[in-house]
Design a protein around this ligand. Sequence first.
Ligand code: SF4
Length: 441
Amino acid sequence: MPRIQNLRIGHATNSSSSHSIVMMRPGHQAPPSNYSGGDFGWDNFILSDVRSKMHYVAVDTRGRYATREDFDAEFAPYLDQATLDSVWKENDYIDHESAGTSSSVDRDLLLRPEVVILGGNDNEDRFTLPNADPAPSGPMRQRQDGAASVLYWPSSGFKIRLSDEPYTKARAPELVDVKITDYCPYGCFFCYQGSTKQGAHASLESVIETAERLRELGVFEVAIGGGEPMMHPQFPEIVEAFHSRGITPNVTAYGVEWSTRDWVKDTVRKLGGIGVSVHNAADFEKLIRIRDNLSSRRVYTGRLMPQHAVGTNDITEVVHAARTGRYTDNLLLLGFKNVARGSSGPKMKVTDDELYNAIAGPFDGKGWYPLTLSVDTAFLDQFPNVIERLNVPGYLTSSPEGKFSMYIDLVRGVMGPSSYCAEEDYLPLDLAHITEAFARW
Ligand code: SF4
């Protein structure tokens, strides 16, 4: 399953703490800088060129420099002598509500031309920048692939591919879908993995060996799947195998029982996203139960992502349950996979109109609730017209499978471009030759 792709709703605005860092959407240029002197207070300002942004950084981080020499070494390449003097003497100013803003974003990213620092205050009309989204914050991993640079933020899953040339195929996968078990007690009629109560678990050794190889290849994240992966008896050790190698482990499960286990406190914090399968509207109640279970154990619950395979139940009911806002503010829609028990096809034929109306049509609930919608590659392939009608820009979509992601089934010992590819596309798992196999897909 590919990493989540967001459909953002609305424009980026400055936050109540006045200043924010935003990133222009592809195809949109940042406006020119507009600010006066070194006063970064309540008045609106725009900082888009390197000099103005470094002026802001200098004011924001002035207190960290013990000597003028250290300060000049950092900022003299960007600022003239008068500005350096002014900042060092603390004549310049950042509103205390926004102190530290510049440190929330990686410096290389901050200095890119499409990244803008916005200032203003919430006492007046909100200062917005059309065609911009909040820039990702926190520690970043970067991977160079020929002329392309890929930036990835583990804490949010935000990923940006930067390249002057079209970048349509990675040298090595960014994301690997890793099946760790074929065990599952739920017996869904559409299960494209064909998982059962007799299904086997992958060995921990095979997981550790795979995690080490994926680390060498620079893989950013894995989607741990099954079966019911959290019923693997060594699930905490499996999460640790990826986490300790700097690879974000994401996981998807159907059950709720895992959220009561002793290991959740230590293991959930190491996970990126936690997908919760919702087969029908009533299944959304599971989100509340999982949240309650985790909250009572003082575990952060903000990374739960309900996901639904289109065609397995009434899509209007499912999307409307999400749109009430009672259970969630996000939803991942998956395309139906005609594989294994899913080979008899979807239970319900879903038309483009039906799907579009469920997602974007008038809402008969208690009012509009903003919902972040994500889709997988199979959905993109099955509903291109809906994606077009929703005006999703091309840079938010990534298809087909096998270009930036791949699949490893550690139960069967095979690898392929996706978890639902044709049987003839699978190859015996050969960790030493992943890149050669990946190059073929
Ligand atoms: S679809 Fe998911 S929950 Fe259902 S049987 Fe398959 S693995 Fe289990």
